[in-house]
Design a protein around this ligand. Structure first.
Ligand code: ACO
Length: 436
């Protein structure tokens, strides 16, 4: 980051002296006011619940221009990555900063492929879960448990450990998600098959059985790969910030990523894809397109607690570029499967159109986000609704680990420790229990 010629000056109405604060510029995006010495200089903290105006770190990985609806991974527009690269190239880009050449891609993919199996003992750990456990509950447990199985890659301060942990996490996530699915379906686990692509291998582990040959359908494999690319990173979102905060204590990478999985589960974040599809099912059950008006009325009623899931974003105040790409994939997949009249897709399109013309959504700049169409694609591929967020976690793992490694390599990194504005009771003495 570059020190700007501009300085910010903070003044107080009570006569306390002004404080000059340095301003830094990034390569693009808003400048930041450096408040690190503010407490030492003024005895005051800043107050910013939800981090509405706070940059918690510097990062060179992902940039979002929320007003333009632009998303760049290491400078490359998401549209180009989604149409010209695959997930392995995207992983290489996020982790190491550059797209690989053909040889580099082969080497990286091979490296990932060599780590796709998980310790055989993990299936016994998985067996401890109820068959009807939510896949995200299982994933939080399984990812955290990796640190108990791979002791040789848990030292966050050792670059070799970090590298091996990164590759292991990327490689093993599909295996773990597929195992969680097979466990709930009561089917035997399918071992990874390393001559398949990353997405093709995942589809096989999900949908094959030992009883017959499995041929992945190319268009569905491509759709899966695109889902992975679109979800791979998204700068300092809730789960990524969780991973950074968790990792800032020096904990091992598997534990930090497990914390990210737990955070992603919430319906305001990655859980929105599941919540969005359930919302569409609900509207369909109540009468479909004819009931959209009634549903929108509920959404606009602040007392109803109903939200239009898959809409709105903290950063995007324009169409989420990932939603556009996902809508394209949705059409391609449904057409290929002969489902172009899919009632749920039609309902989603009609609901989107009505919302985008409604003053409530227009004035608040609420547009579809990535989760709006991803559920319909995944459902068409045959993925159960409850697994959607686990697939998001699988794809986001590379972003989490790239961000975690970036943080550890940053000379300015410190344990994360937010401050508070205390509003509770001041010091008081305990009254003996008999007198309370
Ligand atoms: N439906 C209805 N109203 C909404 C929605 C929505 N989906 N999203 C925001 N609003 C309204 C809010 O009620 C608020 O209205 P007000 O100004 O009258 O109070 C206004 O729009 C601003 O919204 P905030 O909640 O302040 O925005 P914030 O940045 O805090 O939240 C969030 C962003 C959590 C994504 C929100 O838009 C939301 O809950 N969306 C639905 C869930 C969802 O799709 N999440 C996925 C996000 S993308 C991802 O994680 C992959």
């Amino acid at each position: 980051m570059k020190l700007s010629d501009t300085k910010a000056t903070l003044s107080f109405s009570n006569g306390s002296p002004n404080v000059d604060l340095p301003v830094y510029q990034g390569s693009v995006g808003p400048d930041v006011i450096d408040i690190r010495k503010l407490y030492a200089q003024t005895g005051m903290f800043t107050y910013d619940p939800g981090f509405m105006s706070t940059a918690a770190c510097q990062s060179a990985i992902t940039f979002i221009d929320g007003d333009k609806g632009e998303l760049l991974y290491r400078g490359y527009p998401i549209e180009q990555l989604a149409t010209q690269c695959d997930f392995m190239e995207t992983c290489h880009l996020l982790l190491y900063g550059e797209l690989p050449n053909a040889e580099g891609k082969q080497k990286f993919s091979r490296n990932v492929t060599m780590h796709t199996m998980v310790n055989e003992q993990m299936q016994f750990f998985l067996r401890g879960f109820r068959r009807d456990a939510h896949p995200m509950a299982i994933m939080t447990g399984l990812v955290g448990a990796l640190s108990a199985f791979y002791h040789d890659s848990t030292d966050i301060n050792n670059p070799e450990h970090r590298e091996v942990a990164a590759i292991r996490l990327i490689a093993k996530m599909p295996t773990l998600v597929a195992m969680a699915y097979k466990y709930s379906a009561g089917q035997p686990y399918m071992y990874p098959q390393n001559d398949l692509s990353y997405a093709g291998n995942f589809m096989r582990m999900m949908f094959a059985t030992p009883c017959e040959e499995y041929q992945p359908i190319e268009v569905l494999v491509r759709a899966m790969d695109r889902i992975f690319i679109l979800h791979a990173d998204h700068e300092q979102n809730a789960s990524t910030s969780t991973v950074r905060l968790c990792g800032s204590s020096g904990t091992n990478p598997f534990a930090a990523i497990a914390a990210g999985v737990a955070c992603l589960w919430g319906p305001a974040h990655g859980g929105a894809n599941e919540a969005c599809l359930n919302m569409l099912y609900d509207i369909q059950r109540q009468g479909g397109v004819d009931k959209i008006g009634e549903f929108i009325k509920q959404v606009k009623d602040k007392n109803s607690g109903v939200k239009l899931m898959g809409f709105g974003h903290r950063v995007y105040k324009n169409y989420d570029p990932r939603a556009k790409l996902m809508q394209e994939t949705c059409k391609e997949v449904l057409d290929n499967l002969g489902l172009h009249n899919d009632p749920l897709f039609k309902l989603a399109m009609a609901l989107e159109k009505i919302a985008l013309e409604d003053e409530y959504f227009v004035s608040r700049k609420l547009y579809p986000n990535v989760d709006y169409y991803s559920g319909i694609v995944q459902r068409a591929i045959g993925i159960p609704v409850s697994l959607f967020t686990a697939i998001f976690a699988l794809a986001r793992t590379v972003g989490w680990i790239a961000q975690l490694n970036e943080m550890i390599g940053d000379p300015e990194y410190k344990i994360g420790r937010p401050r508070q504005l205390f509003t509770g009771s001041t010091k008081r003495d305990i009254v003996p229990i008999s007198k309370r």
